[in-house]
Design a protein around this ligand. Sequence first.
Ligand code: HEC
Length: 424
Amino acid sequence: MEPPGGEVRVQFDSNNRRKIMEAFATDWLTMLVRWMHLIFGAAWIGTSFYFNWLNHSFRPPQEEMKGVGGEVWSVHGGEFYRVVKYKVAPEKLPETLHWFKWEAYATWMTGFALLALVYYLGAESYLIDPSVADIGQGTAIGIGLGALVGSWFVYDLLCKSPLGKKPLAFGAVGFALMTAAAWGLCQVFSSRGAYIHVGAMLGTMMAANVFVVIIPNQRIMVDAMLKNEAPDGSLGKAASQRSLHNNYMTLPVLFIMISNHYPITYGHAWNWAILAALALIGGVARHHFNVKHKGRQQPWLLPAAAVAMFALAFVSSPALDKEAAGPPVAFTEVQKVLDQRCKTCHSAKPTFAGMTAPPAGLMYDSPEQVAAQAPRIRTALTTNFMPPGNITNLTQEERELVLRWIKQGADPKATGAAPKGDAH
Ligand code: HEC
């Protein structure tokens, strides 16, 4: 309590002080790494989209040029460009040849640092959900790292197997495996943790494709050319196979990276299936652009993806009618639950160690604030998204109580008495 007019002196014991400063420093570091991850990711995906467009846009050159198989003309920023593509490689290499690899490496490195900072350091809040699987921090991190490394080996073997030569069958098997991984991870991690690991697995494959196959193969080809030998075309083929896979993984990965803002996806009872459906829709949207650049229009692809998005929203929408009914709830009861389980964080002055401002800007200090936020509270509670890692031990009864109050109209003046004249 603040004494009226008096000076308030808050005593921080040294342990509390350390925790607050640590949380502050981690937030700053996370923010910086996240920013960099976005910048590198934009650069990588930008070049990837550009080269992919370029590759599909080559048409026979207007005039014969030795070894040239196609050309593209474009105008951008007031300048005109003409790019030619060699059937295999030019006879002689120029002095400067640009490679594109650091965008990919830097995206992966900052992404991995972010995964470690948020999900491994903060495993108790973000990676582990005792209601899913009661595992320790070490086990959880082990499973996470194992998934990243293991999935790469499986993927790499598949690429080199006969299946690798059949793009459509490969896509189907790859999609089935990704779905299985999403399902499996949802059985051991918090749903957010499971989602981000599927994204990190795909992202790791993409970066490793660049690091282990694409760049080394290009290096061998260039070295051969410098020795005036003919470059091995099969190396180029293997690189372009990986490049194609990366292309189809981009949109699903981007969705997974933003999915953390949407408990309606990862918090859903069918979370793994929703992830699979969105990845498939992303792949179809990507395919639309790929065939369009080649000049082979398939006008139904994009509308099909759009219809699928609406269908997915429809089938995953909250089943309000199926929710349990119950006696009227008084707001005072709701407030008691929020006071104990939420307001340590969601208050103008949070008391949770290290928390200096209400998370997501959400405060439950007044009945009006709570009532105004009811729909979001509902999502947070039905998806088990809040409290993080159930750190404040919200019970199932309390969860249902708050949800019932919201169902009954989220009235901050509710007294718990049955409305008059309504005999139940
Ligand atoms: C330990 C601190 C803590 C406690 C306790 C807590 N929250 Fe949160 N809450 C957070 C943080 C951190 C975020 C932001 C998460 C993010 O966006 O990544 C958040 C975000 C939210 C959001 C916004 C979700 C959105 O739509 O983006 C809602 C709603 C919410 N909490 C509700 C609750 C409710 C209801 C309770 C109590 C049952 C609760 N929280 C308890 C820390 C807490």
